[in-house]
Design a protein around this ligand. Sequence first.
Ligand code: ADP
Ligand code: MG
Length: 355
Amino acid sequence: MAEPFLSLDGVSKTYGETVAVTDIDLSIQRGEFVVLLGPSGSGKTTLLSVLGGFVEPTGGRVLLDGEDVTHLSPARRPTATVFQDYALFPHMSVLGNVAFGLAMRKVPAEERRRRAEAMLERVGLTGFGRRRIHELSGGQRQRVALARAIAVEPKLLLLDEPLGALDLALRRQMQEELVRLQKQLGTTFVHVTHDQEEAMSIADRVVVMNHGRIEDEGPPDRVYLKPATLFAATFMGESNILSGTVRQRLEEGVLVDTALGALPVAATADPGERVSLSLRPEHIALERPPAEAIGLGQATLGEMVFQGTHLRLRAQTDSGLELLLRAPAGVALAPGMRVPLHAEAKRIVLLRSPA
Ligand code: ADP
Ligand code: MG
């Protein structure tokens, strides 16, 4: 395999007693769109700042394009950052903002103007060059920050929750535009968000973070369908978590005793081991069982919420568990109804950590 474009090797950062990130190992290939996903305080900004050179790690190394950049200042790295609050210069025009990094790199004035205008065109702001920052909407400011960052043609673009301040419709539009831009430029992007839907829709690879550590990393569909840890299963979308004990090995997989009965799971584990099982709401069938389904017993439907494309509902199983379920919008279901529940064995994920 080719040398990774970027590698983090045992990176840690502590602030006094606070451990912001700890022992992070991560490799990124050239041209990848990587998303760091995690709750507030999980260390995303710290890790991004280590990549950008704004924070010096207390341990470990950062290798970028074959060079050890661990102790290099931001200006000496081939990186650019779009900050969470955009950090635009209010006293400069839009064009001045976008051309700023080029001026720092001593690009001649005429070329600066030409390149800055080309960047404005790329982000859909042709003709906005003479405006002041306060004359722009939030979405336009976001685009200026992006244009300013890509104007210097970085090898690595770092984005810290760049869409956090935008309304939902604009956020979705910008997600698509970011992906398109990234593919056109071929630049490696590392993008931070706490929004799992955003992560899934834009990432080539998601890195799930919690308490300064990586819980899971991989393509969004793999992380969603086969999360590596309990945290990844519950943070990347909703899930039902069942605790269980491995009863025995099967020809393929293991049989796990749970409150919903003995469930076969495709995984390796030792008899007697205490485990958690994750089962997504949309993978539990109500009423009509899928082929080769396993019965999960009867349940009584509770609270339901219409969510446009589907119903999100709670159910109490006869065995005393509360489950989260999903049903297509428009099905005839009502609170108090009794339904049989089924799932396919291949949808049940075994997680090592007990709940
Ligand atoms: P995130 O971006 O995921 O919300 P951060 O990287 O900002 O997380 O923070 C990770 C942890 O490090 C938090 O506990 C935070 O309080 C702490 N932290 C971040 N920056 C500083 C700082 N400059 N001084 C002290 N503690 C900090
Ligand atoms: Mg942050």
